[in-house]
Design a protein around this ligand. Structure first.
Ligand code: S3P
Length: 173
């Protein structure tokens, strides 16, 4: 399976709640590759400041700059499974780097599935609004045409993680 990647990184893209981190960790284990999480690396680079705090203190544009730099650094390193934040692939520079150095995989998911998952974990600054369902819908409308440019798409559903991992591996073959 690793052969299908030809030494490149597997870059996971998709909305918040689509399973990039939870499936990505298990996928990395199966592929024998290190797992990297762009959000976690941004937090580490900011000396542990949380993503909501980075948004609140420095604004989204600054966060996006950090995100672009962190992803460039990770893609320049050894091959890995890289989970990116939901907005990362919207950046053209990042998309081009991913095209050069990685294989992109989009976790496509339905609105109700995403909404349920992000409600369980209320740490997404973009959804701190009175109508998260509407914001999620708007973000999906904006982003899905771009996510569709990923090399591979896998439908993320509410099934056991292991099932998602197997389906993802099958899509990579
Ligand atoms: C964001 C998604 C988050 C995080 C930040 C912005 C987005 O990552 O990068 O809150 O724009 O969709 P996850 O997709 O890992 O939740």
């Amino acid at each position: 399976i690793r052969g299908a990647l030809l030494g490149r990184s597997l870059v996971l893209v998709g909305m918040m709640g689509s399973g990039k981190t939870s499936i990505g960790q298990r996928l990395a284990q199966r592929l024998g590759l290190p797992f990297k999480d762009a959000d976690a690396e941004i937090v580490a680079a900011a000396a542990g400041m949380s993503i909501p705090d980075i948004f609140a203190k420095y604004g989204e544009a600054h966060f996006r700059d950090c995100e672009r730099r962190v992803i460039a650094r990770l893609l320049a390193g050894e091959p890995c499974v890289l989970a990116t934040g939901g907005g990362a692939f919207m950046d053209e520079t990042t998309r081009n780097r991913v095209k050069e150095r990685g294989v992109s995989l989009w976790f496509d998911a339905a609105h109700d599935v995403l909404l349920r998952r992000v409600r369980r974990k209320g740490d997404r600054p973009l959804l701190q609004t009175s109508d998260p369902a509407a914001v999620l819908r708007r973000l999906m409308d904006e982003r899905y045409p771009v996510y569709r440019q990923a090399d591979i798409a896998v439908l993320s559903r509410d099934v056991a993680h292991e099932v998602m991992v197997e389906e993802t591996i099958a899509a990579l073959l």
